[in-house]
Write a protein that binds this ligand. Structure first.
Ligand code: SF4
Length: 74
């Protein structure tokens, strides 16, 4: 499955990073990014594949995001 963040909506509260630091990271621009395949913050809106075993944590992050700007795709 893949996950992406709409950076235009993100307010940088960092709850996602607390729920799943393997997938979400706060970057220098003050908002959260999905960690890309190169282990660097992926650009806003770019969907990145994540390991199946992290699905529960990614779902927790998406449900806990106050801006509802984390999107999960098959
Ligand atoms: S929880 Fe949502 S609003 Fe907060 S940093 Fe993560 S993506 Fe942005």
């Amino acid at each position: 499955m893949k996950v992406w963040i709409d950076g235009h909506l993100c307010t940088g509260v960092a709850l996602c990073e607390k729920s799943c630091p393997e997938v979400f990271v706060m970057a220098d621009d003050g908002i959260a990014h999905v960690v890309g395949p190169d282990s660097r913050p992926a650009p806003s809106g770019v969907a990145v594949e994540f390991p199946e075993e992290l699905l529960e944590d990614v779902l927790e992050a998406a449900e806990g995001c106050p801006e509802e700007c984390i999107f999960i795709e098959p």
